[in-house]
Design a protein around this ligand. Structure first.
Ligand code: NAP
Length: 534
């Protein structure tokens, strides 16, 4: 067993961990070590290699903005970057900032204990290593703990099975295969049309239908790309101060007040434009008023009925049980049209629940379906799952997973009382998954780095939130969510996709810009709500 000591340990080498390493090591001069479970950089984009995987944010803003030259030199090939392209980008960043030399790949953190005597974190890895550091940064991502439902007979299946988030690097050949996809979330919505093109037969098992909006991917007009590059300073300012980290704003009008013809025109424009505007730049009351929401939802339901030829299939694909936008908006390319193909079958597991996985395939209450390949698009134990998996124990041996037994608590989604010098990047209680992730990641990394700089200049060794600040912030996160329709859906935002998980709305809905400003004010007021110790 070897032991190492550094100023900082970062867990994870995705967008967040890579920037944290650069900031802490190259700008603050801290000795910094990164542990990464994968054998390369990229986090989400290292693991999620399923067919059709691409980002739902426009490429020109799904990137780091901290380095002007990097922004100018990288060329994105399409409106939405595909997984291999994002991974190439992140590898380019790793090379450019010489990050790899301080990242230990293929190493999973299995535990981290705070030692009150030395005021250091002791981090253990699955390689049996113990490393200590003053600062511990959880850059483990929000969607990195996969959820594979515990169907009876899971290990009896004689074919191949894959979860979308742990896809083989060499890819999967679906040619002439009978394939099942279980789940219809954003990942499956991207994968299903691609798999259907290759497979002999595809059966989709759906629990909850989704409101999908077309992505409308394509090449970016070179003139548009040039103009954006010339205006990156303004774009950066814009996304940092926006509500969701995009160049999008709500329509400052009620959906109910807009005349029907005007509303129809606006909806059609957003539909034709594709992407997130329908979700994040719709009428301002869409997230707050059920009546306003119904108007938007009905437009999307109509689009499903217009696309899917068999009315019974269209009906099954039409969401009816939750307000539009309260589950993450999937963007699609020919998703609904795929169900018109003769080799594609939709099974609604509400009518016909999955009872077990058999050696030959899937048995529902009604019949057994034989398969060669089962794809689990069944999502993640989101936000808290990856943090809990780190096995964090704070002051007095308190286990973070126990503290969070009834749901996550934090101050600003950045720190937890009783866990000094442990920072979470895009943790629960921050805008995180309700934003364009790189924007929120940069804000958190910069805030943490400024905070550590302040601590070193002030000669203090530890920082942690006061219990009172944590209670107030956690209540505020819930209060803001409860003004909206968001908590009403069975979404992973609410933890409702995982049996037994506390049902708490985890991300902060207060908006990227206002949240950034609030965090800056907290720092300006001498880190109000935090305590320092020497
Ligand atoms: P997800 O949205 O949680 O979808 C999981 C699917 O599996 C849902 O349809 C869920 O049904 C179903 N499911 C779960 N357990 C099941 C069970 N026991 N039986 C039957 N069905 C079950 O997961 P995801 O599609 O991987 O997406 C997760 C998140 O990743 C997205 O919301 C998004 O934030 C991110 N993502 C981003 C991109 C991108 O930008 N490129 C692409 C893909 C994903 P219920 O809806 O009923 O729970």
């Amino acid at each position: 067993m070897s032991a190492s000591q550094t100023d900082a340990i970062v867990v994870g080498a995705g967008f967040a961990g890579m920037y944290a390493l650069h900031k802490l090591r190259d700008e603050l001069g801290l000795s910094t070590r990164v542990f990464e479970a994968g054998n390369g950089v990229g986090g989400t984009w290292y693991w999620n290699r399923y067919p059709g995987a691409r980002c739902d944010s426009d490429s020109y803003i799904y990137c780091y903005t901290f380095d002007k030259d990097l922004l100018q030199e990288w060329e994105w090939s399409e409106r939405y970057p595909e997984q291999p392209e994002i991974l190439r980008y992140l590898n380019h960043v790793a090379d450019r900032f010489d990050l790899r030399k301080d990242i230990q790949f293929g190493t999973r953190v299995t535990g981290a204990d705070y030692d009150e005597a030395t005021k250091r974190w002791q981090v253990r890895t699955d390689a049996g290593e113990v490393a200590t550091a003053q600062y511990l940064i959880g850059a483990v991502g929000c969607l990195s703990a996969s959820n594979v439902p515990a169907f009876r007979g899971m290990d009896t299946f004689r074919g191949k099975s894959y979860h979308t988030s742990s896809w083989p690097h060499e890819g999967v050949d679906f040619t002439a295969k009978r394939v099942a996809v279980i789940g219809t979330g954003a990942s499956a919505v991207q994968a299903i049309p691609v798999i259907a093109q290759q497979a002999k037969h595809l059966t989709v098992f759906q629990r909850t239908p989704n409101f999908c909006v077309p992505a409308r991917n394509g090449k970016v007009d070179p003139d548009v790309a040039r103009t954006r590059k010339a205006n990156y300073d303004a774009i950066k300012e814009n996304i940092r101060n926006s509500y969701f980290g995009f160049e999008l704003n709500f329509i400052m009008k009620s959906a109910l007040e807009a005349p029907p013809e005007e509303r129809e025109r606006v909806f059609e424009e957003m539909w034709d434009h594709g992407g997130f505007p329908f979700w994040l730049a719709n009428y301002q009351d869409m997230f707050f008023s059920k009546e306003a929401n119904d108007v938007c939802a009905e437009f999307l339901r109509r689009k499903i009925r217009e696309t899917v030829k068999d009315p019974a299939v269209a009906d099954k694909l039409t969401p009816k049980t939750y307000p539009y936008g309260t589950k993450r908006q999937p963007l699609d390319t020919n998703y609904f049209d795929t169900f018109n193909k003769p080799n594609v079958l939709l099974v609604d597991v509400n009518d016909s629940p999955i009872e077990e996985i058999t050696p030959n395939g899937v048995r529902t209450r009604d019949r057994e379906y034989p398969f060669d390949i089962i794809v689990f698009g069944t999502g993640f134990d989101a936000m808290t799952g990856p943090i809990k998996k780190m096995g964090i124990r704070g002051r007095g041996g308190e286990v973070l997973a126990d503290k969070w037994a009834d749901g996550p608590t934090s101050y600003l989604g950045l720190m937890v009382a009783g866990f000094p010098n442990f920072f979470t990047i895009t943790g629960p209680g921050s805008p995180s998954v309700l934003s364009n992730m790189p924007v929120s990641i940069e804000q958190h990394v910069e805030w943490i780095s400024d905070c550590i700089k302040h601590m070193r200049e002030s000669g203090v060794e530890t920082i942690e939130p006061t219990p009172d600040a944590e209670v107030r912030w956690t209540a505020h996160v819930a209060e803001v969510a409860n003004t909206s329709l968001m908590p009403t859906a069975n979404s992973w935002y609410m933890g409702r996709n995982i049996p037994g998980k506390p049902q708490v709305f985890m991300p902060y809905l207060g908006g990227v810009g206002p949240y950034r400003q609030h965090c800056a004010e907290v720092a300006a007021k001498g880190y109000e709500g935090f305590t320092f110790a020497t």
